[in-house]
Design a protein around this ligand. Structure first.
Ligand code: GTP
Length: 596
């Protein structure tokens, strides 16, 4: 295909601003998907994506569009919208010349609108601002067109207004894409260089790798090479998605398509890597490739210990499809055999857990998530801690925790409440800008551990739903952190150890000991529950003793009935975990781990 008739674009938007709906409408209007095959959010293939209405994996589709008698070939690259998947967004952007910046006409600019816009600008993309959902009665296109024009330059009346729902304005948008976006440029005679922007595992075909060719070309049956690892693979199939995979005679400069090599693991075909040919390899990669870095760690345990092998196999399978997922075996005195798993964020954790449970019929317990700490001991040894119960007990010189730079967008009346929240989370104010007279952008540097769990929910409630949040990793920082242990009758219960800021250790101790006192049944002796930092007890509760006499009920009864009762009690004990001499029903641990 002649690069002059190619346009590569993506749609970037804040979550729920209607990206997938607009993409659907484009597929329908251009006849790529037939009316009867149309289902909502055609591009989101995974069930969980469809149910939750979010895009996890990006996809690319080729769509034809005619302007002034010339048939153009548009490649639409759908990008994930959630902050957990920023790295994938940035790679998808790098595969395009232009981006449609989609803004909900009833909501205006939000935190991820900005974050995505900045990513697009870093990649030198041409931006087409578009207001969506203008069919909504609550839409305020005049107001938000002005906001958009202020943000990226240009005139408010040039901001296109569309509705992904009714299809209004979508044809004009397709015309605009052809007119405004530059065609791709590259050297057709240079050694091939193609950037991987997505890699998906398919049960039948193995890994399907989505690429954008920058220079040269790739052809069927060619031997290709991954530039980061120098690993070579035979190309079994090359083609384009329209949107069903369709084999082609090859991919040239500016083209977007897929490769199949028969590899089984997405780690062999990593997002951000450069593909070249073995026989005429490029010398320089396209750069920018980085490994996904897990930010949040949690223990995953089967509810029923016998399911451990099922969980292990399930994780192995999932890993083929998710280059960001890492895990290693772990054992817990309280929960048995399981795994410590690293995730990109809480959403990634939830999705992973849900997929494991649903696709493999597992019941899982996950321990309270935590971030990764870097502990330097006095003898200069450095330990990376992803499980609080493995916090070193030796003399500690310093502890560093991961930091983020966060952006909050909200109506200006909430500035006070937002600053108070950020301050209470050990945030340092970075700056503040007014986008318009009643909307403000506030920037803070905060510890990741303070923002990744409940911060967004609290922000939402403090701003009556109007606040939005985006953040990205921003190095590490020394902090005054301690490990709090929870002890049952003097025995440490590993699943409840936590690393907290010194000022918050007491609150954690009181909360956890109180919770366990409620949940653990009385025993035949008194059981102290303590929270401790090292040898120092910071909080204490106790469970009073009772004498449980199962045989009392059948005083004088016949012996077989007594035996039955004893059997029954033994059954019940199987689901008990022993911590020292204390019997704890597994449900108590689970209940204590679920946050309310
Ligand atoms: P992510 O993929 O999760 O980032 O969300 P998205 O930006 O793709 O949003 P999606 O297309 O899932 O739309 C979000 C919600 O807005 C859905 O309930 C849509 O039905 C609705 N919606 C999308 N476009 C329009 C529109 O033009 N008008 C109206 N009234 N509703 C719309």
């Amino acid at each position: 295909t002649d690069p002059a008739i190619i346009r590569n674009f993506c749609i970037i938007a804040h979550i729920d601003h209607g990206k997938s709906t607009l993409a659907d409408r484009m597929l329908q209007l251009t006849g790529v998907v037939k009316q009867r095959d149309m289902k909502a959010q055609y591009l989101d293939r995974m069930d969980i994506e469809r149910e939750r209405g979010i895009t996890i994996k990006s996809q690319a589709v080729r769509i034809p569009w005619e302007v002034d008698g010339t048939a153009y070939c548009l490649n639409m690259i759908d990008t994930p919208g959630h902050v957990d998947f920023t790295y994938e967004v940035s790679r998808s952007l790098a595969a395009c010349e232009g981006a449609i910046l989609l803004v909900d006409a009833a909501q205006g600019i939000e935190a991820q609108t900005l974050a995505n816009l900045y990513l697009a600008m870093e990649n030198n993309l041409t931006i087409i601002p578009v207001l969506n959902k203008i069919d909504l009665p609550a839409a305020q296109p005049e107001k938000y067109a002005l906001e958009l024009a202020n943000l990226i330059g240009g005139k408010p009346e040039d901001v296109l207004r569309v509705s992904g729902k009714t299809g209004m304005g979508v044809e004009e948008l397709l015309d605009l894409i052809v007119r405004e976006l530059p065609p791709p440029v590259g050297d057709p005679n240079a050694p091939a260089r193609a950037m991987i922007f997505d890699s998906v595992y398919d049960t039948y075909r193995g890994v399907v790798t989505y690429v954008r060719v920058i220079d040269g070309s790739l052809g069927p049956r060619e031997k290709i090479q991954m530039m980061s690892t120098r690993a070579t693979h035979e190309l079994l199939e090359i083609g384009v998605s329209s949107p069903e995979p369709t084999p082609s005679k090859g991919l040239g400069v500016g083209e977007v398509g897929y490769l199949i090599t028969g590899v089984k693991d997405v780690r062999q075909s990593k997002v951000g890597d450069t593909v070249t040919t073995f026989h005429k390899p490029a010398t320089e990669s396209l750069g920018g490739y980085q490994d996904a870095k897990p930010m949040v760690f949690s223990g995953l345990y089967p509810m029923d210990g016998a399911d451990y092998p099922v969980l292990r196999d399930a994780l192995e399978k999932l890993m083929l499809n998710d280059a960001a997922l890492i895990y290693e075996p772990e054992t817990s005195a309280a929960l048995g055999f399981g795994f410590r798993v690293g995730f990109l964020g809480l959403l990634h954790l939830e999705i992973t857990r849900e997929r494991l449970e649903r696709e493999h019929n597992l019941d899982l317990i996950s321990t309270a998530p935590n971030v990764e700490y870097e502990v330097t001991l006095e003898d200069k040894k450095v330990v990376h801690v992803t499980n609080p119960s493995e916090y070193p007990s030796g003399k500690i010189a310093e502890v560093r925790e991961p930091m983020v730079s966060a952006t909050v967008l909200a109506p200006s009346e909430f500035v006070g409440a937002i600053m108070e929240l950020c301050q209470s989370r050990r945030g340092i104010l970075g700056g503040m800008d007014y986008l318009s007279e009643d909307r403000v952008e506030i920037r803070y540097r905060l510890p990741l551990a303070e923002i990744v769990f409940d911060f967004f929910d609290i922000l939402k409630s403090k701003t009556r739903g109007y606040g939005s949040l985006d953040w990205k990793a921003d190095g590490e920082q020394v902090a005054d952190l301690v490990k709090v242990d929870i002890l049952l009758q003097g025995e440490q219960v590993d699943a409840f150890s936590a690393i907290t800021h010194r000022d918050k250790a007491y609150a954690y101790g009181v909360m956890m000991t109180g919770k366990l006192r409620e949940l653990i049944p009385r025993q035949q002796f008194e059981v102290p529950i303590q929270a401790a930092i090292g040898a120092r007890i910071i909080a204490r509760e106790s469970i009073r003793a009772i004498r449980k006499d199962v045989l009392a009920k059948c005083y004088g009864g016949d012996i077989s009935r007594k035996r039955k009762l004893l059997e029954k009690q033994k059954e019940g004990k199987k689901r008990m975990k022993m911590v020292g001499r204390v019997e704890v029903p597994q449900e108590a641990f689970i209940a204590a781990l679920t946050t309310d």
